[in-house]
Design a protein around this ligand. Structure first.
Ligand SMILES: [Zn+2]
Length: 293
């Protein structure tokens, strides 16, 4: 049995994984002061109670990790934690590994894809935009743990919105849930629309499904930015498929179909057949992926 831990800003999800399935899972509240002792104590308690021997424990961390050393978790305001040291207190003989949370979700989607995919790139569209690159069953972290940080690829010289990272024109500024709302508000007065003035990204795409002018305009704009980003990535990593995940992707094939339309326009001829799929695992991807790090 493997354990996959998905560390979040408000809760931590712990999954116990056998094969590619989560057989049991539970959540604990994220407490900054005692976070990893809380997590390890819970795992000890669970494994003792159920008489389980763990093969490995994997961690999906919302931040930067190098060799199991957490450099920074900006949303939880924790930095400088060595998981190798803490884990020795609780599980001296169990292999542990940590990576960025989007990388873990990328790995989860890749290993659970029944198409037996060897190389894939996962993009998560949520409050921000993240991603991860998986090659031959392994996450590619990169030297700075920045491989997959597609949200901060420069893509938009038209609006050039300021990004949370300090740069401007990042993919995140125009394709995250926040970015979608930002675009809809920017063009609000130029179209007839049923989208409420105080909208969510879901409102925008729900209206697009019904043919709302502003909704369709924003959907096209967001999809075009994403397609350009994917076309750029394709000539760098030349992967078999892209997965589109995160809260925004819940709108379904209307988004992937629109991305495909533009991808065909912008992609290099050799990478035109790269598949663009909706991610399937939702919230479980991070736990499953972490357990396979
Ligand atoms: Zn940025």
């Amino acid at each position: 049995m493997r354990c996959g831990v998905d560390v979040g800003g408000t809760t931590v999800k712990l999954g116990f994984v056998e094969g590619k399935k989560i057989v049991d899972s539970f959540s604990i509240v994220t407490k900054k002061e005692t976070l990893f002792d809380d997590i390890f104590s819970k795992i000890v308690e669970y494994t003792k109670k159920n008489n389980i021997e763990l093969e490995s424990i994997g961690f999906g961390i919302p931040g930067i990790v190098r060799d199991n050393y957490i450099v920074k978790m900006p949303n939880i305001a924790i930095s400088g934690i060595d998981l190798n040291v803490i884990s020795k207190k609780y599980f001296p003989n169990v292999r542990i590994k940590a990576s960025n949370d989007a990388n873990c979700a990328a790995l989860g989607e890749a290993i659970c894809d029944t198409d037996n995919v060897k190389s894939s790139y996962f993009i998560t569209l949520g409050t921000g935009v993240g991603g991860g690159y998986v090659y031959d069953g392994k996450v590619v972290d990169g030297v700075n743990c920045a491989c997959g940080e597609i949200g901060h690829m420069f893509i938009d010289h038209i609006h050039n919105f300021k990004c949370g990272c300090g740069l401007s024109g990042c993919l995140e500024t125009v394709t995250s849930a926040t970015g979608i709302v930002r675009l809809a508000k920017k063009y609000y007065s130029e179209f007839e629309t049923k989208i409420p003035a105080e909208m969510s990204a879901k409102d925008v795409f729900d209206c697009a499904k019904e043919g709302d002018q502003l909704g369709v305009f924003v959907l096209n704009m967001v999809s075009e930015y994403l397609a350009k980003a994917l076309a750029n990535l394709a000539v760098v990593v030349d992967c078999e498929c892209f997965y589109i995940g995160g809260g925004v992707s819940k709108c379904g094939s209307i988004l992937t179909d629109c991305i495909k339309k533009y991808y065909d326009k912008y992609s290099f001829y050799a990478t035109k057949d790269t598949k663009i799929k909706l991610a399937k695992l939702g919230n479980d991807a991070g736990m499953i992926g972490a357990s396979y790090l």
